[in-house]
Design a protein around this ligand. Structure first.
Ligand SMILES: Nc1ncnc2c1ncn2[C@@H]1O[C@H](COP(=O)(O)OP(=O)(O)O)[C@@H](O)[C@H]1O
Ligand SMILES: [Mg+2]
Length: 444
């Protein structure tokens, strides 16, 4: 009986994606985490045989069901080794990974939440945005800033660009700043140490902070810069793309923003003269306008390539409908846009429920703003946030009950914009879509 298993060729993409989903930017990072040789992980990821126990361990780590991805031609091993060495207590594998449109039957459709996997056929590209990002990221010391309200696809785009970078054999790091503890983001030194450790970890490098961190000689920024310049970047010695998602999480913390964002800008500038720094490519994503005041020359928000994610246009919605084998006529798409505009998440959710076949487009749209609607969780989540701020609630009520754009104070404008509830028209705002107008004018 064979004691080894390999990933079937049709699941190699699934494995690649699972690395990302589980925050392993490279095979090296996974090997380090599991205490395995890089060559073993590399064999696994490229569909070569590895020991059965190791196969199960790697699958566990990647939250993959080992039997689903093992090469079934190795059927003796599969049938006889029905009892995995370890049972995973991780949640069920998400159904997010689908690879061909024939698999888009309603029972296989992933629920449209969270990051869209970069190789998913349901990833909808927008105008030239993906190609602009891909063309930028291959340039030395590039900097991409993705700005859009929540649920517009920032994280999905960032992961897509990181996947492209990986395909160029670059190393990639993805950090979601929303997940950083408050105790860390309030202290510059702790925050920069955290950054160094997390980047090093994702690059599969040993933590050598103790050898580089010397506050008596350099300040925190200097130490962090030296760690990248003298250790991380030269050791990796190929382009490294650092994706920082939700950077607006830092905006309220005045004690760190000036130094931190100033440092990112200086790294970007160093790339103009230093080959080491040319290997660092940055992607920043944020949903709030950059309301913090930073010196123009020391802010990364005044440099690099800005990308503003807009709503899906008619062609993009039509394409998504076709992908889902929904035979929509132009007037059906118009009806959808009338209520939801081209909001990526709202559109995807509508399509998801329509594909289940339990509701018609007309009834879905007529009931969209009611408590029983498919959007009720999403709407209530936003309502809860707004109700915690009575003055914001009052202002938003004004916005949804007026037929004219309303001018609010800048902070309220940013808050509502970053939640995706309003659209900006110069300094004034209007509801982002009629769904929000209908619902919030009723409940506020
Ligand atoms: N490019 C895209 N193609 C298809 N669906 C998308 C795309 N971008 C976003 N979506 C939809 O919007 C949801 C939120 O995307 P996400 O990337 O998490 O947004 P953000 O990071 O801006 O909050 C996804 O779960 C998906 O339903
Ligand atoms: Mg996001």
């Amino acid at each position: 009986m064979s004691r080894s298993l390999k990933v079937s060729s049709k699941h190699l993409e699934t494995v690649k994606l699972a690395l990302f989903r589980n925050s392993f930017p490279s095979q090296r990072a996974l090997a380090l985490d599991l205490g395995l040789a890089l060559s073993t992980v590399s064999r696994f990821c490229t569909g070569k045989s590895v020991d059965y126990g190791t196969f199960v361990d790697i699958c566990d780590k990647l939250t993959l069901e080992w039997k689903d991805i093992a090469d079934s031609s190795n059927s003796i091993a599969l049938s006889q080794q029905s009892k995995p060495k370890k049972t995973s207590n991780k949640p069920e594998k998400s159904s997010a990974v689908i690879t061909t449109s024939t698999e888009l039957a309603s029972e296989n459709l992933p629920f449209p939440e969270g990051v869209v996997p970069p190789n998913s056929p349901l990833y909808q590209t927008r105008n030239d945005i993906e190609s602009i990002c891909n063309n930028t990221i291959v340039k030395p010391a590039s900097l991409i800033r993705i700005k859009a309200p929540t649920l517009m696809g920032k994280s999905s785009l960032m992961i897509k660009v990181l996947a492209y970078a990986q395909a160029q054999n670059y190393q990639t790091v993805y950090l979601d700043l929303n997940n950083v503890d408050r105790a860390i983001v309030t202290d510059l030194d702790k925050f920069l140490r955290w950054l160094c450790v997390m980047v090093g970890k994702q690059l599969g490098l040993e933590n050598q902070l103790n050898d580089y961190w010397d506050l008596e000689i350099l300040g925190s920024n200097g130490n962090c810069t030296a760690y990248f310049e003298e250790y991380l970047l030269p050791t990796i010695n190929c382009p490294v793309v650092l994706g920082l998602d939700e950077v607006d999480r830092l905006f309220p913390y005045e004690s760190i923003i000036e130094d931190f964002f100033g440092m990112l800008r200086s790294w970007h500038e160093k790339g103009k003269i230093s080959t080491i720094w040319q290997n660092l490519r940055l992607i920043l994503a944020h949903s709030t306008e950059v309301y913090i005041s930073l010196d123009l020359n020391q802010s990364p928000f005044n440099a690099g390539v800005p990308i503003e994610l807009l709503e899906f246009n008619i062609n993009e919605i039509e394409n998504l409908a076709n992908l889902h084998q929904l035979d929509w006529k132009a007037n059906e798409i118009e009806k959808l846009i009338e209520i939801l505009e081209g909001h990526p998440y709202l559109i995807r959710l509508a399509i998801y429920y329509l594909k289940q076949g339990k509701v018609s487009l007309n009834s879905l749209l007529e009931n969209a703003a009611k408590e029983t609607s498919i959007y009720s969780n999403h709407l209530r989540r936003n309502l809860d946030i707004i109700l915690q701020k009575p003055t914001l609630a009052k202002s938003f009520k004004q916005v949804v009950t007026s037929n004219q754009p309303i001018e609010l104070n800048p902070i309220e404008t940013y808050q509502l914009y970053s939640m995706g509830l309003v659209e900006l028209q110069d300094n004034r705002v209007i509801p982002r879509c009629n769904l929000y107008r209908d619902y919030f004018s009723r409940v506020l």
